[in-house]
Structure formats: structure tokens, C-alpha cells
Design a protein around this ligand. Structure first.
Ligand SMILES: NC(=O)c1ccc[n+]([C@@H]2O[C@H](COP(=O)([O-])OP(=O)(O)OC[C@H]3O[C@@H](n4cnc5c(N)ncnc54)[C@H](O)[C@@H]3O)[C@@H](O)[C@H]2O)c1
Length: 324
């Protein structure tokens, strides 16, 4: 199958493009490089373009069988102060893509959704029946797109998979590609760069949560496990199955303190850190119940926190070697 990977020069998209290739698919990457990097898409045909540019989309859609849609703005805090930017790209851009797909007759899409659609759920682990009540514009923009997909399915027969990722982390085992956000806001790369002395000391937001060690608990999912789920989701839709939404997580949560310990173990260095107040809208624990993904698309995470931290550390070291 020829798959258009939109946002394929970004973190999760670049790993998914490689997973598609390993599974025997052909890939075209479409990316405006706003937060992506050309070298993350090297080895693939890269079309530099924006999802708001319908003619550019239609030109490439005429060549492909399916779409994977990773392109979005994805900083929760920024979405609160600049919702316009988020609705423009994630909602208007998303609709531009869906309309171009309908006009081009491309009927399959895999969408990068997020556990942020659940907001602050009353209980964990979170399954797909949990009410979707996002608490920030980023989550609202993702929920809107999920609902647009359902409408386009009913009206135009577009088949979709909404994959609700928990916390993506880790890097390809090759050390060739990995996480590269500017600015970086994710815990594991921040803890690694603090340990390596290449970044500021780590801020631990909140140490008085109702969790065993007082720090927040999250479900960290290896990026290559996510990438494999995309390949399985595509296979599921391609066999003629109905559209679906699933959580993608490991089902195991780790606290900030446990992640810091894993980073210290992997690097052999101390993570310099300081305690900071809680951030508004940060729930104590977000952990997936991944049972539906296992039952429906026969997927489960194969890698745990040690592999996540080890591959992220390998990537960080190979990045500094590349730059040296
Ligand atoms: N990283 C996570 O933990 C996480 C968790 C849940 C959901 N997600 C979602 O997964 C997706 C990928 O996240 P990521 O961490 O790889 O981010 P990323 O910023 O590395 O990748 C996004 C890519 O999309 C491209 N892009 C953005 N707007 C575009 C546009 N208008 N036209 C064309 N290309 C555009 C960017 O240049 C970038 O290459 C996003 O939709 C994000 O909301 C990420």
C-alpha cells in the first residue's frame, strides 16, 4: 500500500514511516517542517507542504491509498495562551485534509489523538468509555477532529482509526532518529539532558499529589510500540473493518520520581532537580487501559521504561556526536 504520512518529519511520524516500510508499505512524507526536520524523513520522498494548502494535498492524495495524520501543534500550555494557533492548524488544517481526502476518494485515515481528550478523568486506568472532557484547547482540538471523523465516516464512508496516545517516549533502537522538540517539554529528554549537564536542572512539578511518592504518574509508551500500532490499525481498516478509537499505552504508570531513578540508573549520573509547584490541569495519574487495542488490533506494548530510557539516552548521545 502507498501511505501518505503527514507530519512524517516529526518525532512519532518518522518512526511510523519506518515501521510502515518494515511492514512492506511504500511511504510519501508530507510535512511543512514547522516543528519537523528533513533528516528525520531521510530515505523517503518528502513533499514540503502544509495541510491548509488543499491543491498541494490533492496532488499527492491522487497517488496514495491511505493517510496517517500526525501533523498538529501539540503544546498544552501554548494552546491555553494561543488557542487561535491550535484551532487553525489542528481543526482548520484537519478539515482541509479531510475534505481533500473525500474529493480525492482516499477512504482510510489513521489519526494521532491523545489521552488529553479525557481531560481529568475520575478514575484510572482509563478505558475508551471514559467521558471525553478535555480541559485545554489542545485537547478540544483533538476531540473536535475525532468527532469530525465520525461525521465523515457516516456521511462519506471515510474509515478512520483514532489512536489515543498516552506519553510517547524513547527512540528508534538504531540511534538514527528520536525525539526532537524545540522547546522540549517532555520529562524523559529533560531529565536526560539535566543528567548529562547539557540542559537546565529538572523541575518537578508537584510533590504533594495523592500518589505513593507524591509526584505525578503517567503511562510512558515507546515510540516504536506506537509506530507498530499504526501499522496494525491500517491493516485492520484495510481488511474492511469498521472505524474505531483505541487507547495506546502500556497500562503501567510511573511517577516522575521513578522516571528520574530510571534515568539515573541508565546514565550513571544524578539528575539535578528542584521541586516546583503543581501545574494547573495536571491530573495526579493518567494510565491507559489498553485492553481494547489488544482485543481489536492485536497490539500491545513490548517495551517498558528501561528500554524507553535506554533508547532515548542512546539517541541523545548520537545527536551530540552528530553535532560535534
Ligand atoms: N509526543 C507525544 O507524547 C504525543 C502524545 C499524544 C498525541 N501526540 C500527537 O502526535 C502527533 C505527533 O506528535 P510529535 O510529538 O511527533 O510532534 P512533532 O512536532 O515532532 O511532529 C509533528 C509534525 O507535523 C508537522 N506539521 C505541523 N503542522 C503542519 C501543517 N500544518 N502541515 C504540514 N505539516 C505540519 C511538523 O512539522 C512536524 O514534523 C501530534 O498530532 C500530537 O498531537 C503526541
Amino acid at each position: 500500500m502507498l501511505v501518505l504520512v503527514i507530519g512524517g518529519a516529526g518525532y512519532i511520524g518518522s518512526h511510523s514511516a519506518r515501521a510502515l516500510r518494515r511492514a512492506g508499505h511504500d511511504v510519501i512524507v508530507f510535512d511543512n517542517l514547522s516543528t519537523g526536520y528533513e533528516f528525520l524523513a531521510s530515505g523517503f520522498e518528502l513533499i514540503q507542504g502544509d495541510i491548509l494548502d488543499a491543491p498541494a494535498l490533492k496532488r499527492v492524495l491522487s497517488r496514495v491509498d491511505a493517510v496517517m495524520h500526525f501533523a498538529a501543534h501539540a503544546y498544552v500550555g501554548e494552546s491555553v495562551v494561543n488557542p487561535k494557533k491550535y484551532f487553525r492548524n489542528n481543526v482548520e488544517g484537519g478539515l482541509s485534509l479531510l475534505n481533500a481526502m473525500v474529493e480525492s476518494g482516499v477512504k482510510k485515515i489513521i489519526f494521532s489523538s491523545t489521552c488529553a481528550v479525557y481531560g481529568e478523568p475520575a478514575k484510572v486506568p482509563i478505558d475508551e468509555t471514559t467521558p471525553r472532557q478535555p480541559v485545554n484547547p489542545y485537547g478540544v482540538s483533538k476531540l473536535f477532529f475525532e468527532q469530525a471523523l465520525a461525521s465523515y465516516d457516516r456521511a462519506y464512508g471515510l474509515r478512520f482509526a483514532s489512536l489515543r496516545y498516552f506519553n510517547a517516549a524513547g527512540a528508534d533502537e538504531s540511534g538514527e532518529i528520536g525525539e526532537l522538540h524545540e522547546p522540549e517539554t517532555h520529562l524523559i529528554p529533560l531529565a536526560l539532558s539535566a543528567a548529562a549537564g547539557t540542559g537546565p536542572q529538572l523541575q518537578v512539578f508537584g510533590s504533594d499529589y495523592p500518589t505513593p511518592d507524591g509526584t505525578c504518574i503517567r503511562d510512558y509508551i515507546h515510540v516504536n510500540d506506537l509506530a507498530d500500532a499504526h501499522v496494525k490499525a491500517l491493516a485492520h481498516l484495510s481488511s474492511g473493518n469498521e472505524s474505531f478509537a483505541v487507547n495506546l499505552g502500556t497500562g503501567t504508570g510511573y511517577s516522575v520520581q521513578q522516571v528520574i531513578s530510571a534515568v539515573e540508573q541508565a546514565t550513571g549520573k544524578t539528575v539535578p532537580r528542584r521541586l516546583a509547584p503543581r501545574r494547573p490541569g495536571d491530573p495526579p495519574a493518567l494510565v491507559a487501559n489498553p485492553a481494547k487495542a489488544q482485543a481489536l488490533i492485536h497490539w500491545k506494548a513490548n517495551r517498558g521504561l528501561p528500554e524507553i530510557v535506554a533508547t532515548a539516552w542512546k539517541w541523545m548521545q548520537s545527536r551530540s556526536a552528530m553535532r560535534a
